[in-house]
Design a protein around this ligand. Structure first.
Ligand code: AMP
Length: 254
């Protein structure tokens, strides 16, 4: 079984986002970029399918391929996936913002070339919070999808996926090939060890362009304005429960 894992390069989640003074977007200059955390969880799950662990039998997956669509520096994101244990990478070089539909179209072409049994994506990229790519890819391929997975069990050409939904846990069976997107509690990604970081430097990365797949990545959406969230007002300390109840009544909460 082959697993394809799309990984996105995003602003590191520890950093505070700075909006450009002209409101045209977010200022990414000189800031640390990292692998999207949900993509890291996706790579970890795929590697466990290969190595065993997390309920998977070692050897369930024979090969894990990571793919990233982004600038030259997205190679670093791929190296990160390779250091966790992916076998090889594909960089589809594109500068500027590539919208989820264009990403999904490129991924569809990669899937047709690579023929994976499962594509595991993050449930969302923390930069645009679109949460669209996996769903669009499933629609374009006409494959079943199980989104927001908190547990995956592979058996008999099927994946049994547990999803965290409002009312509790939902369990779905999807026939392979399928699209799965990862939720936060699926696993805790490992820290890549130094030897594995060194090994990752030698793993192959194939470099492509969107035109190789016949995909036009020109944005279809126009950003009208980007603004900082409004400042929160300072809280008030109360001296007693009675005062708290009074304040809540004043605010119309009680
Ligand atoms: P989004 O739909 O943008 O919230 O992203 C959801 C998931 O789609 C991410 O966690 C990645 O697995 C995948 N994805 C989105 N954009 C890219 C990209 N440029 N390169 C590779 N994978 C991507």
């Amino acid at each position: 079984m082959k697993v394809l894992v799309p990984v996105k390069r995003v602003l590191d989640f520890n950093l505070k986002v700075r909006v450009k003074p002209d409101g045209s977007g977010v200022d990414l200059s000189n800031l640390k970029m990292s692998i999207n955390p949900f993509c890291e969880i996706a790579v970890e799950e795929a590697v466990r399918m290969k190595e065993g662990g997390g309920g998977h039998t070692a050897g369930a997956a024979k090969e894990v391929v990571a793919v990233s669509i982004g600038p030259e520096q997205a190679q670093e994101t791929l190296r990160n996936a390779l250091a966790i244990g992916a076998d090889r990478g594909i960089l589809v070089k594109a500068d500027g913002e590539v919208e989820p539909l264009a990403v999904a179209k490129i991924l569809k072409a990669v899937v047709e070339a690579e023929k994976p049994d499962i594509v595991i994506l993050g449930k969302q990229a923390i930069d645009d919070d679109a949460s669209q790519t996996g769903q669009m890819l499933a629609a374009l391929l006409d494959w079943p999808q199980a989104t927001f997975a908190s547990r995956i069990v592979l058996q008999d050409g099927k994946a049994t996926v547990t999803r965290e939904v409002d009312g509790g846990l939902q369990t779905l069976d999807v026939d392979l090939p399928a699209i799965i997107t990862t939720d936060l509690r699926l696993n805790e990604p490992r820290y890549a060890s130094l030897p594995n970081i060194m090994k990752a430097k030698k793993k192959p990365i194939d470099v492509k362009a969107p035109t190789d797949f016949g995909v036009d990545v020109t944005p279809r959406l126009k950003v009208l304005k980007t603004a900082e969230p409004g400042k929160r007002q300072a809280g008030v300390k109360v001296k007693s429960a009675a005062e708290l109840v009074g304040k809540l009544k004043e605010a119309g909460v009680l």
